[in-house]
Design a binder for this molecule. Structure first.
Ligand code: FDA
Length: 397
């Protein structure tokens, strides 16, 4: 690994992920000397694994409503100034083919590596000096400048941008670096927790749902006033799939979520009609016409019903419809940072300028990307936040 070439830079950026590379490109384009440091061997590792290897790089429907934050207005300035259309222009100029999968989610046709290569090219063109496999062991601020000790030697910078992301997927190099720096400079950190993460069941619920593992359903999932309608997947630990990842950002331990496993059907009315036409059939046979077989068995579990469907009362039919439309379930936890796509919480937005991402109490210190208490829904919103917040800091740092 080559030694850092200069003792002083205008801007030092720690974290060469989505947000850090964007900030580096923009600051470099302004003629600032930029040092971009990452402890990983390669930049943008989360971009590489994102979207199943195709990177869901933005969402055309991005608005403040798609983000969770202590201050829901905080993200507005950045996402209005660097929009999905702006990022699509970059992607088009790099001749990267893309498609909309669903709900405004844009993916590469080819590979997420194309996005990383585009960002690396822009970094090179903007004269950004990138140092990988480099640790930062100390950060201090003296006489209006930041003094860093790194494994490649000491560095001084006028501006310091922290872009080290959140805590999810520690085996890929995620650290709590941003929160430690915030702490060092007396900047508040909103409590962090894994988000966009599968939820887990306790032993009793796992036993009850053991036959469903592997089944997926188009489900409506509700927690208090928040509802998502996307796929749900039963796993051998609990429940997953896009609808569950989405609701996991809102769910808290001890709370119940309500799941409608067949949101397009009115099961009670359907079964009532079948009671007349198919009265001689077994309840299991009739239910299996409307639900996957294993789910039908599960809905009927433990119910002492007559053998013939025609003998079921309205009360019985209501019980079946209720089990499928209003399944109330209390997960015990989540799979944690090991599999979470993002970290909820982070650097308190009250401590930052929404226009520049600069800390209000420490001039020249910026926090961007996932490290900040702005967390997007599943669907390309987290990258759009990383691009937009990185872009905002890059205009001024
Ligand atoms: P990011 O985590 O990308 O980068 C932080 C960088 O800092 C890393 O390179 C890391 O090595 C470095 N770093 C950390 N600690 C350091 C230290 N102490 N010293 C030096 N360097 C350090 N989002 C989306 O919008 N669409 C999608 O398709 C997906 N898909 C997806 C899949 C999976 C499996 C995961 C885990 C996540 C996603 N996401 C996503 C979320 C998205 O990847 C995430 O929100 C962004 O990468 C955040 O960008 P940042 O640049 O803030 O952090």
């Amino acid at each position: 690994m080559s030694k850092i070439s200069q003792a002083e830079y205008d801007v030092a950026i720690i974290g060469a992920g989505a947000a850090g590379m964007m900030a580096a490109i923009e600051a470099g384009r302004r003629g600032r000397s930029v040092l971009l440091i990452d402890h990983a061997k390669a930049p943008g590792e989360k971009i590489r694994i994102s979207g199943g290897g195709r990177c869901n790089f933005t969402n055309t429907r991005t608005s403040a409503a798609n983000f969770i934050s202590g201050n829901p207005h905080f993200c507005k300035s950045a996402i209005k100034r660097f929009t999905p259309t702006d990022f699509i222009k970059w992607v088009d100029q790099a001749n990267i083919a893309w498609h909309e999968k669903t709900l405004g989610q844009l993916f590469c046709d080819g590979s997420s590596v194309q996005i990383i290569n585009m960002l690396i090219d822009h970094c090179r063109d903007a004269n950004v000096e990138m140092h990988l496999s480099t640790e930062v062991t100390r950060v201090e601020k003296n006489a209006d400048r930041f003094h860093l000790m790194t494994s490649e030697g000491p560095v001084v910078a006028t501006s310091l941008v922290i872009a080290t992301g959140g805590k999810s997927i520690p085996k890929m190099g995620a650290t709590d670096f941003a929160y430690r720096i915030a702490d060092q400079f007396d900047i508040n950190v909103v409590e962090t927790r894994p988000a966009l993460v599968p939820l887990t069941f306790g032993p009793e619920l796992l036993e009850q749902t053991s036959t469903l593992s592997g089944i997926s359903a188009d489900a409506e999932v509700k927690h208090k006033k928040t509802t998502f309608r996307e796929a749900l997947l039963f796993t051998h630990r609990g429940i997953s799939g896009p609808s569950i990842l989405q609701i996991s950002s809102y769910w808290r331990e001890g709370n119940e979520i309500e799941i409608n496993l067949i949101p397009d059907l009115d099961l009670f009315s359907l079964l009532k009609a079948e009671r007349t036409t198919n009265g001689k059939l077994a309840p299991q046979t009739v239910l299996s016409r409307h639900l996957p077989k294993r789910l039908a068995e599960w809905v009927l579990r433990g119910k002492q019903f007559p053998q013939k469907f025609g003998d079921l009362s309205d009360k019985h039919l209501n019980q079946l419809a209720d089990a499928a439309h209003h399944w109330r379930v209390k997960p015990v936890g989540s799979e944690g940072y090991r599999t979470a796509e993002v970290t909820l919480g982070g650097i308190d937005t009250n401590a930052l300028s929404s226009k520049t991402m600069e800390a209000k109490s420490v001039s020249g210190l910026y926090f961007i990307g996932e490290a900040v208490d702005v967390t997007g829904w599943l669907g390309g919103y987290n990258f759009q936040w990383a691009w937009a917040s990185g872009w905002a800091a890059g205009q001024v740092a």
